[in-house]
Design a protein around this ligand. Structure first.
Ligand code: NAP
Length: 321
């Protein structure tokens, strides 16, 4: 099978592309800048994807199904892992997260292509945050079509090579943790490589084989403060001092980060962290057919011999929700 991975240079897309390749599929990477994309791939991925075609794609200008047609030539599935954290010029949340995915889904419907669309947990109708609203409208636009689609909603992603996960690892190393006082919701971080495997598996199966809305998370549920402490313990560090930041001050800092395009801290992230960000029915293990990757603190890893996954381990039952 040949799959177009939109945002195939990004944190999620890179792992989806690698997982598809590992399963023997052809991959076409959608990117705004193919030259930069070729240079920017890590040496490991460059080796695996050296013969992958790079296709120039600008979502902000792809808001009608007709303009998608030539870009979808010769593929049988599309993973949409493209997205923006902040708007720039014509790259608005509405165009990139809502209008373009809606038009893509219509094109997939007409062309009989499978569509795996990345969204996120915790989207609410009541939210007035423009980023979160655009993601919700994007979901709705895809769901309104008769395309063979799956909407994938992962919790926060952990991984060394990008996203908020890598940033949180750096923050966790600070001796003092400044956490918004109202960030009381729990997250179920999952390894981005597990998500990549799940996305590749979803491309292979028809949408009706699973719930259309696929919610994914790791085994543990933690608040932001607990998660930072956990990340710290992974490095064998002593607990950090916890300093709760008043909600209003946290919003001001997040707003500054949004305006200056600094770090993944944003008003949308703060809003998500106020409530539980957990999968309803966690379909991760059912999709990857093995236990999710688990990171353990340095002391626990030293006490227990490491198990090298063979890929043929007996699946463990999902943890109780
Ligand atoms: N990271 C997380 O923790 C997390 C958690 C839950 C859900 N998600 C969802 O997963 C998806 C991917 O997130 P990510 O963390 O992988 O983001 P990312 O690392 O920032 O990657 C986003 C990708 O989108 C592409 N892109 C951006 N604007 C584009 C445009 N106008 N036209 C075409 N392509 C464009 C970029 O490709 P080029 O620069 O090569 O053009 C980039 O590779 C998003 O929908 C996000 O909401 C992420």
């Amino acid at each position: 099978m040949r799959v177009l991975v939109l945002g195939g240079t990004g944190f999620v897309g890179r792992h989806a592309a690698a997982a598809l390749r590992a399963r023997g599929h052809g991959v076409v990477i959608g990117t705004r800048d193919p030259k930069r994309a070729r240079r920017g791939l890590s040496p490991e991925l460059r080796a695996g994807l050296s013969d992958a075609e790079l296709r120039e794609i600008h979502l902000e200008s792809l808001t009608s199904r007709y303009v998608w047609r030539p870009l979808l030539r010769d593929v049988s599935a599309v993973v949409n892992a493209a997205g923006i954290l902040r708007e720039r010029g014509s790259e608005t949340y509405d165009r990139v997260h809502h209008m373009a995915p809606g038009a893509l889904a219509l094109a997939c419907e007409r062309m009989g292509l499978r569509l795996v669309h990345l969204s996120l947990l915790g989207l609410r109708r009541e939210s007035r945050n423009r980023f979160l609203r655009s993601k919700l409208l994007g979901e709705r636009a895809v769901a309104q079509t008769r395309a063979d689609y799956s909407l994938v909603r992962p919790s926060l992603l952990d991984g060394v090579d990008g996203g908020a996960g890598a940033w949180l690892r750096r923050v966790a190393a600070w001796p003092v943790h400044f956490c918004p006082a109202d960030a009381k919701g729990r997250i179920a971080p999952l390894d981005v490589r597990d998500l990549g495997d799940a996305l590749a598996r979803l491309c292979e199966m028809p949408g009706y084989a699973m719930p259309r809305e696929v919610e994914l998370g790791g085994g543990a549920r933690r608040t932001l403060a607990d998660y930072l402490e956990f990340l710290r313990s992974l490095e064998g560090r002593r607990p950090a001092a916890q300093v709760p930041v008043p909600a209003a001050l946290a919003r001001l800092v997040a707003l500054s980060c949004d305006l200056l395009h600094l770090s993944p801290l944003s008003l949308s992230l703060l809003e998500l962290l106020r409530r539980d960000n957990l999968p309803g029915e966690n379909l991760l293990q059912a999709l990857i057919n093995r236990a999710p990757a688990q990171r353990r603190p340095a002391y626990a890893a030293a006490a227990t011999p490491a198990v090298i996954p063979t890929g043929h381990e007996t699946p463990v039952p999902p943890s109780p929700q």
